[in-house]
Design a protein around this ligand. Structure first.
Ligand code: PAF
Length: 288
């Protein structure tokens, strides 16, 4: 199996992108922080449907972690990641050292309002500045036709769509559906932190979400449903940051059933913070 080319510098990646374009290929970028799982791989497969040349970036971005968060503990396994990507026939992997992205004297932050307000920002005020800055850099470095992000991090996807539109970055942004374990738990690199007992308990998150959207969809009062869902999670041992119904595009609070609405949740189980969301729009099958 021939592995993907690995680029550590923007210049090397751009050269490869230029060559692909000159050969008439479209280029797709899938930004990740590595520790790849089936959720990431589904994004890579989706990227392939849109482009003949697929690049995956792997960079654990320090600026989206607060000093108290898990930057050092965040799982890193580039050998396993590269094997998985080779199996999918990815052309290139961008794995820059931190100094390539943040050279000495780096002093810029991309600051986003609108969909970045509330939810994640209430407990992680640093987060979207870090994400927007690194994603802007990755998009400008790779200059892809299309970039794909998971709907699992739904607020992040809305924030990226917003600043890409606001800054006229000429890249089409696509969202890929959340991939779930058999019991409904959304796949996440951080699920590796869960012990056996916590892993079992974690399935309560998609259960509460699913029940909430079913009940709101059936016309029950959203505030009651969400309060009961929060209580169930708390009884199950979670510290709930939020369980809220929001407009699917602007993320403004909404209080009634609408095909445009989503329920979003963030809750901590021990030291592991889980986030997830589901849409009130009817799915083709399974979880929404
Ligand atoms: O979702 C992620 O893995 C990260 O937030 C991203 C988009 C790669 C930026 O570091």
């Amino acid at each position: 199996m021939i592995g993907p080319k690995v680029y550590e510098t923007v210049a090397d990646m751009r050269q490869a992108v230029d060559a692909a374009r000159a050969a008439g290929e479209r280029v797709a970028l899938v930004p990740t922080m590595g520790a790849l799982h089936e959720g990431h791989l589904s994004l890579v497969r989706a990227a392939r449907e849109h482009a003949g040349h697929v690049i995956v970036s792997i960079f654990v971005n320090p600026t989206q972690f607060a000093p108290t968060e898990d930057f050092d503990a965040y799982p890193r396994d580039s050998e396993a990641d590269l094997k998985l990507l080779a199996g999918l026939g990815v052309e290139g992997v961008f794995m820059p050292p931190a100094t390539e992205i943040y050279p000495p004297g780096f002093a810029t932050v991309v600051s986003v309002g609108g969909p970045a307000e509330g939810l994640e920002s209430a407990t992680r005020p640093h987060f979207f500045g870090g994400v927007a800055t690194v994603v802007t850099k990755l998009l400008l470095a790779a200059l892809p036709d299309v970039a794909i992000f998971g709907e699992k991090d739904y607020q992040q996807l809305c924030v990226i769509r917003r600043f890409v539109r606001d800054l006229d970055i000429p890249v089409e942004i696509l969202g890929g559906p959340t991939v779930r374990e058999e019991d409904g738990l959304a796949m996440s690199s951080r699920n590796r932190y869960l012990g056996t007992e916590a892993r079992r308990t974690a399935a309560l998150v998609p259960q509460v979400l699913n029940e909430a959207i079913e009940r709101i969809d059936a016309g029950e009062e959203a505030s009651t449903v969400l309060a009961e869902g929060t209580a169930r999670l708390t009884q199950g041992g979670f510290a709930v940051d939020y369980l809220e119904l929001r407009d699917a595009e602007t993320l403004a609070p909404v209080d009634a059933q609408s095909a445009r609405a989503r329920v979003l949740v963030a809750a901590k189980l021990g030291q592991t913070r889980l986030i997830d969301n589901m849409s009130l729009a009817r799915p083709a099958n399974g979880w929404r």
